[in-house]
Ligand binder design. Structure first.
Ligand code: PA5
Length: 430
């Protein structure tokens, strides 16, 4: 490892052969646009450098109250109003058992499955409940529908007291959710106007749920702050986020169509989902963009590994690796060595996992798959905060290199329009 917090390397760079000097001017131009624009929702770029002490204190206060009063926090939201919190929670809390103080953090409003919401409400019957509903627009169907039901559940269950147990995270001024929150006198956290959904994880959108789950939000923001200052320059030699963006663009220009984010730690599966939305919604427009997909190794080595190694050469791999993972186990020595694994005894699972990562990367690289490695020292709140900011900055640069707007998602409206048409038609025919 170098002294850099995050290191980007290309395993088989002869396959890619990037002409870095071609990118200097476009990257510098985009950089200056990003840093100076007031017309785009780029509030997330400088937010970690601002003093957020008051906000953090009030989030922590509410989180402590929830931890004290509730057995379960139901977080209602979808897309950028859900994926980030879920990603951080899964990455930084234990695999099994309850979170700190015995509280569960569960999610609703990402689907319209009747079975899911029914079983969720059934599971709440004997538990003390708080709700955090999150929607920037306040009009998104999936969370709005879930919140309507959960609100009615809370009223039946707690009567007047329900209003103290529902926390709303939404726009400061606009939207139906804002109106509902004002009318019912729910406590509110604000999603800054100049920060869009998938760039909002480091605002109350992500911070309140993960603080309840026991994540150190101060450290998360410290990591993001470090990234905001380290990645604040336009220079391709030192700005790892821009280097990553350029590598992606160069591969796209060479005909690769799919970027596959891979890691060997199952805790990162939801983080993959956050990354997939960030890049998918930011870049996939105007008939352009890399298709972002993700794999969890070793699981997927036994599912999709064959395709990666020998299938259509349309994929490149971005291998995300944290060197230190808190918990570990040693392989025990077996007297009879029935399974012939004694040669591994006294090595740890994490060591073997890391060697498997190395072997996989080498095999894929030798098979002709370009492999980018993103390496960080430790899987903790600080390094995750750094990585989140790194990806958001790289994503904005990547989208602009493709000449698409990183901050809109016009294509998402198409399904909503059709769904509403059908729902209205059925209203007439029933
Ligand atoms: O990135 C985005 O803007 C979207 O994914 C939104 O976060 C998602 O559609 C949810 O929107 P809202 O928070 O308005 O309910």
């Amino acid at each position: 490892m170098t002294t850099q917090l995050l290191q980007t390397t290309i395993l088989n760079d002869s396959l890619i052969q990037i002409n870095w000097s071609d990118y200097e001017v476009p990257v510098a131009n985009i950089h200056h646009h990003l840093e100076s624009t007031i017309d785009e929702p780029t509030g997330w770029l400088h937010l970690p450098l601002e003093n957020q002490e008051n906000l953090l204190n009030s989030i922590q206060l509410v989180a402590n109250e929830i931890k004290l009063q509730a057995d379960v926090l139901v977080v209602v939201g979808v897309g950028g109003s859900f994926l980030g919190a879920r990603a951080i929670q899964d990455a930084l809390t234990p695999y099994f058992g309850l979170h700190q103080n015995g509280i569960e953090v569960v999610y609703a409003g990402q689907n319209m499955s009747g079975a899911y919401i029914k079983q969720l409400l059934d599971s709440l019957a004997t538990k003390e409940v708080y709700v955090n509903v999150i929607s920037k627009s306040g009009t998104t169907m999936e969370p709005a529908l879930a919140f309507r039901l959960i609100r009615s559940f809370m009223k039946q269950r707690y009567g007047e007291e329900a209003k103290n147990r529902i926390i709303v995270t939404t726009d400061a001024k606009r939207g139906i959710l804002k109106q509902i929150a004002d009318d019912a006198d729910y406590r509110q956290f604000v999603i800054p106007e100049n920060i869009g959904g998938r760039y909002s994880v480091l605002t109350p959108v992500g911070l309140l749920p993960v603080a309840v789950a026991g994540v150190d939000i101060e450290q998360l923001l410290e990591g993001a702050k470090e990234a905001a200052s380290k990645l604040k320059n336009e220079h391709l030699e030192t700005n790892e986020a821009y280097r990553y963006a350029v590598i992606r663009h160069a591969l796209y220009s060479k005909g690769y169509q799919i970027e596959m984010l891979a890691s060997f730690e199952p805790a990162l599966a939801k983080f993959h989902d956050w990354w997939k939305q960030l890049f998918g919604e930011s870049e996939g427009k105007d008939k352009k963009g890399l298709y972002p997909t993700t794999v969890n190794f070793s699981t997927d080595l036994h599912a999709i590994g064959q395709f990666i190694q020998e299938g259509s050469p349309i994929i490149f791999e971005t291998l995300l690796h944290f060197h230190d993972i808190t918990d570990d186990c040693c392989v025990p020595y077996a007297e009879k060595n029935e399974d012939k694994l004694n040669y591994l005894s006294s090595r740890t699972f994490n060591e073997i996992n890391a060697i498997s990562k190395q072997g996989t990367a080498l095999a894929h690289a030798e098979g002709g798959v370009p492999v980018i490695q993103l390496e960080l020292e430790r899987l903790d709140a600080y390094h995750l905060g750094y990585l989140i900011y790194f990806f958001m900055k790289a994503c904005a640069m990547s989208a602009y290199l493709l000449n698409v707007n990183p901050f809109d998602q016009p294509g998402v409206e198409a399904y909503k329009k059709k769904m509403l048409e059908l729902l209205n038609e059925q209203k007439v025919s029933f």
